[in-house]
Design a protein around this ligand. Structure first.
Ligand SMILES: Cc1cc2nc3c(=O)[nH]c(=O)nc-3n(C[C@H](O)[C@H](O)[C@H](O)COP(=O)(O)OP(=O)(O)OC[C@H]3O[C@@H](n4cnc5c(N)ncnc54)[C@H](O)[C@@H]3O)c2cc1C
Ligand code: HEM
Length: 403
C-alpha cells in the first residue's frame, strides 16, 4: 500500500514526471544497454527500441500504475499488470533483473529532473516502483510455475515439421518438440516467443500466436513478412523466418503465455471473433480449439483483409466454421474476388452486423482498426471487460484499457 506521505509527494510530482517520461525512458534504455549489452542480445526487441514503442509502453504503464495508486493506495490494476507479466514471462524476465532496471530508471529520473528530485521525492517514487515490481514479480512467479518452468527458463527446441505458404507474404510453420518431451500446455489465443540468431551474431525474440488448436504435440505459428518502406527496413525476424527456415530445421520457442485466451471453451455464451490481416491467427487458434472440443456456442467470425488472396488461413477458417453448429463468418475485402462471392466490399462495417447479446469479443489487428472497432463496440453497449484485445506489439493502450 502506498503510504500517505508518499502519495502526497507522488501526486505533487506526477505531472512533472509524466511530462518527462519520454526523455526519462529514452535515457534509461540508452544507459542500461550501454552498461548491460547482453540485455539487448536475446531479450529486448530492437525494432521496438528503434520505433520508441517499448519506451512509450513503459512510460504509459508507470504513469497508469501511479495514477491508479493515487486513486486507491491498495490498487493493483489487473489488466495492466497481467498484460505486462505475460510479456515478461514470454521473454524470460527474472526477479533479480528488477534491481538492474531500478538502478538505470532512477538514474535517468535523477538526471532528467535534476534538483526537483529531492531525497523524499525519490523515496516516494521508489515506493511506487517496488509496489509495481512486487506485483509483477509475484504474477510472473505464478506464470512460470503454471508453465512448469524455472523462472526465465522458458526455452525449448522445436522441429519444423511442415512449412506451408499461406499467401504471398504469409507462411505457417508447424512444429513439434525436438527433445521428444510432451508439448507444454497452451491456451487458445496465446503466443510463444521465437528466439533466433541474427546476422550480426546477436539474438532477437519475437512473439507469434499459436494459430492451431492448443492440444496435442503439434503446434503452428503463422508469420507475415514485414516489408520495409521509406520509414523503415524489412522486418528482421519475419524476413529471416521466411527466407531461411525450412522443414527439418530447429527453432527455439518459449513456453506459451498471453493474457488473451479462451478460458471456457465449453461455456454457452456467444463469442465474436473480430480480426484484420494477420490478426486472424488467435482467431483460428480459438476456432480450432472450439471445433476440437465439439463446442455448440454461437460464434460470429468477422474478418477484414485486402483481398481473398491476401487473407491467410481463409479456407481453414471456412472449414472450422463449418464444423461448429452455431458459427458463421462474414468477410470484408477492399478488393473482392470470385473466391468469396458472399463477402462484403470495403473496410469492416459493423453497422450492418447484428451482434449477439452478452457476447465475449476477441479482437486483433492493426491498432487503428482495433481502436475503431473497440470504440464502435463500446458505443453499441458491449462492456469493456468483455472485449479481449491482443496487440501485436507493446500495448500502448494499457493505462485506459479498462476504461
Ligand atoms: C503478442 C504478439 C503476438 C503476435 N503474433 C503474431 C502472429 O501470429 N503473426 C505475425 O506475423 N506476427 C505476430 N506478431 C508480431 C511479431 O512479433 C513481430 O513483431 C513481427 O513479425 C515483426 O517482426 P520483425 O522482426 O520482422 O520486424 P522488426 O525488425 O521488429 O521491425 C518492425 C517494424 O519496425 C521498423 N523498424 C525496425 N528498425 C527500424 C529502424 N531502425 N528505424 C525505423 N524503423 C525501424 C520496421 O521497418 C518494421 O516496420 C505478434 C506480436 C505480439 C506482441
Ligand atoms: C516495474 C518495472 C517494470 C515495468 C513497469 C515494465 C513495464 C513493461 C511494459 C509496459 C512492457 C510492454 C508490455 C506489452 O507488450 O504490452 C514491458 C515489456 C518488456 N519488459 Fe518490462 N517492465 C519492468 C521491468 C522489467 C525488467 C526488470 C526487465 C528485464 C530486464 C524487463 C524487460 C522487458 C522486456 C524484454 C519486454 C519486451 C520488450 C519488447 O518486446 O520490446 N522489464 N515491460
Amino acid at each position: 500500500m502506498l503510504s500517505a506521505e508518499s502519495a502526497a509527494l507522488v501526486r505533487a510530482t506526477l505531472p512533472a514526471v509524466a511530462g518527462a517520461l519520454d526523455e526519462i525512458t529514452a535515457r534509461f534504455y540508452a544507459t542500461m544497454f550501454h552498461d548491460r549489452p547482453e540485455l539487448l542480445d536475446g531479450m529486448f526487441n530492437r525494432g521496438n527500441q528503434a520505433s520508441g514503442a517499448q519506451r512509450r509502453a513503459l512510460a504509459g504503464s508507470i504513469a497508469g500504475f501511479a495514477g491508479a495508486l493515487l486513486e486507491n493506495p491498495t490498487a493493483r490494476p489487473d489488466a495492466l499488470l497481467s498484460r505486462i507479466a505475460h510479456k515478461h514471462a514470454a521473454v524470460g524476465v527474472t526477479d533479480d533483473q528488477y534491481t538492474i532496471v531500478h538502478k538505470y530508471l532512477f538514474g535517468a529520473i535523477a538526471e532528467v529532473l535534476g534538483d526537483a528530485v529531492t531525497a523524499e521525492v525519490a523515496a516516494a517514487w521508489d515506493e511506487v516502483y517496488w509496489l509495481m515490481a512486487g506485483a509483477l514479480i509475484s504474477r510472473e512467479a505464478l506464470l512460470y510455475q503454471d508453465a512448469g518452468v524455472q523462472p526465465g527458463g522458458i526455452w525449448r527446441p522445436w522441429t519444423v515439421v511442415e512449412r506451408r505458404v499461406e499467401t504471398s507474404d504469409v507462411v505457417s510453420f508447424a512444429l513439434r518438440p525436438a527433445d521428444g518431451e510432451p508439448a507444454p500446455r497452451a491456451r487458445a489465443g496465446q503466443y510463444v516467443s521465437v528466439r533466433v540468431a541474427v546476422a550480426d551474431g546477436t539474438h532477437q525474440l519475437r512473439q507469434y500466436t499459436l494459430s492451431s488448436a492448443p492440444g496435442g504435440d503439434r503446434r503452428r505459428i503463422t508469420v507475415k513478412r514485414v516489408t520495409g518502406d521509406a520509414d523503415g527496413p524489412d522486418g528482421e525476424v519475419s524476413t529471416l523466418l521466411h527466407d531461411t527456415v525450412r522443414e527439418g530445421d530447429e527453432l527455439l520457442l518459449s513456453a506459451p503465455f498471453g493474457d488473451v485466451f479462451l478460458d471456457e471453451p465449453a461455456a454457452a455464451a456467444p463469442l465474436v471473433l473480430v480480426s484484420a490481416g494477420i490478426g486472424c491467427t488467435p482467431m483460428t487458434g480459438i476456432l480450432a480449439h472450439l471445433a476440437a472440443v465439439g463446442s455448440t456456442r454461437p460464434v460470429l467470425v468477422l474478418h477484414a483483409d485486402r483481398s481473398p488472396a491476401d487473407h491467410a488461413l481463409r479456407t481453414e477458417t471456412h472449414d472450422l466454421v463449418a464444423q461448429l453448429p452455431h458459427a458463421r463468418a462474414v468477410f470484408w475485402y477492399e478488393h473482392p474476388g470470385a473466391q468469396e462471392p458472399d463477402a462484403r466490399t470495403g473496410l469492416m462495417d459493423l453497422g450492418g452486423v447484428e451482434l449477439p447479446d452478452d457476447a465475449t469479443v476477441f479482437l486483433c489487428g492493426p491498432l487503428p482498426f482495433m481502436r475503431d472497432v473497440r470504440g464502435r463496440l463500446l458505443n453499441a453497449g458491449v462492456p469493456a471487460q468483455r472485449i479481449r484485445y491482443e496487440v501485436f506489439g507493446p500495448d500502448l493502450w494499457l493505462p485506459d484499457s479498462t476504461a
